[in-house]
Write a protein that binds this ligand. Structure first.
Ligand code: PMP
Length: 352
């Protein structure tokens, strides 16, 4: 039997996969450390009895989109839902990218923006950032002028560095953008300001959000975009028919009833983040300020991968970002429950 070779260019790229190791303390993928509210699960079980599983789901996810639109104060026509925000990114690249077209990314940033672009046959023009990882507006203008990107990806707060972009920064990027500016706000609830406030049918701006982090629903795979209605129409043209199953549509719609609990969780994580940063001050490492649910740090005296392995030996899994552009020796830790953070800090103290 001879099987065809897969596309030769796929081999060039490493997948964006963090090891899924069974450990007591998992702080490597920026999930919520807490399960969703039990009342949400009860409502969802109830809903399960009403779902007609022999029928295809509502193709336009109208109830979910209406609920999200009401939540954000936009029109349902300005909301596109998908299986995780990664699928939103893929849909954007399918709709606007392709051979001969480029997206712009500013490294270090979320690896899947350029990776998904590549998978869809779209080139990624990579710009740099300032030394403190804030956006360098001269560099953004240079990349936009030289590369004419159809999509300019921002990530705010930026994964894995933790900084959020300010309103003037996003405004300046929009001003010079030849195409659509996409602000990935997977961690948007942790930041002081959201680009959602700028969404307008006449402005080339879209914001991506996800249920995977603050909503405690990474297992449900649900993300969405808010943007001009014409962008949503373009994304609908590349989405597979019935891509969003009935169960997921109900799960997302019901989750929005628990916004209060979600905000309490955000407040807890922010308090814990500050506690970790305070503890970091007495350890031999450099840490970057974060407006998110994770912290980037570089151990001072030992190599990043050795510290990563030392933590793993002690049952704590963090993300080794040391091979990412500009992040030699760096690790990223997701803020967990108070108990998980205690274990992380104790293990880190021992390893360092
Ligand atoms: N964007 C950013 C910046 C992320 O960090 C992640 C998750 N790692 C995603 C998008 C994808 O999230 P999901 O597909 O689970 O919605």
């Amino acid at each position: 039997m001879t099987l065809p070779e897969p596309r030769p260019d796929l081999g060039l790229r490493e997948g964006y996969l963090s090891p899924q190791v069974e450990v007591p303390v998992r702080l490597n993928t920026n999930e919520s450390p807490l399960p969703p509210p039990p009342e949400w699960t009860e409502m969802l079980v109830d809903e399960l009895h009403r779902i007609q599983f022999n029928r295809y789901p509502d193709r336009s996810a109208s109830e979910l989109r209406a609920a999200l639109a009401a939540f954000h104060g936009v029109a349902p026509e300005q909301v596109f839902c998908a299986n995780g925000s990664n699928e939103v990114i893929q849909s954007l690249c399918l709709a606007y990218g392709g051979p001969g077209r480029r997206v712009a990314v500013f490294e270090p940033t979320y690896a899947l923006h350029s990776h998904i672009a590549h998978l869809t046959g779209t080139a990624a023009a990579e710009g740099g950032r300032h030394r403190d990882f804030s956006l360098d507006l001269d560099e953004v203008a240079r990349v936009q002028a030289a590369e004419d990107p159809v999509l300019t990806f921002l990530c705010s707060p930026n994964n894995p560095t933790g900084l959020a972009d300010s309103p003037p920064t996003v405004g300046a990027v929009l001003e010079g953008a030849p195409g659509l500016v996409v602000v990935d706000e997977a961690y948007g609830q942790f930041a002081a300001w959201s680009a959602l406030s700028l969404i307008d049918d006449e402005r080339p701006l879209a914001v991506i959000r996800t249920f995977s982090k603050t909503w405690s629903m990474a297992g449900a795979r649900l993300g969405y975009l808010v943007g001009p209605a014409r962008v949503v129409t373009a994304l609908e043209r590349v989405a597979l028919p019935y891509h969003l199953d009935s169960f997921k549509q109900a799960a997302g719609r019901l989750a929005l009833k628990f916004a209060g609990q979600m905000e309490e969780r955000v407040a807890l994580i922010v308090r814990e983040r500050q506690r970790i940063l305070a503890a970091f001050a007495s350890l031999p490492l450099t840490a970057w300020p974060s407006q998110s649910n994770f912290i980037l740090f570089r151990p001072g005296r030992r190599k990043g991968d050795e510290v990563w392995a030392g933590l793993l030996d002690r049952g704590v899994l963090v993300r080794d970002t040391s091979s990412w552009p500009g992040l030699a020796g760096c690790l990223r830790v997701t803020v967990g429950t108070p108990e998980e953070n205690d274990r992380f800090l104790a293990a880190l103290g021992e390893v360092l």
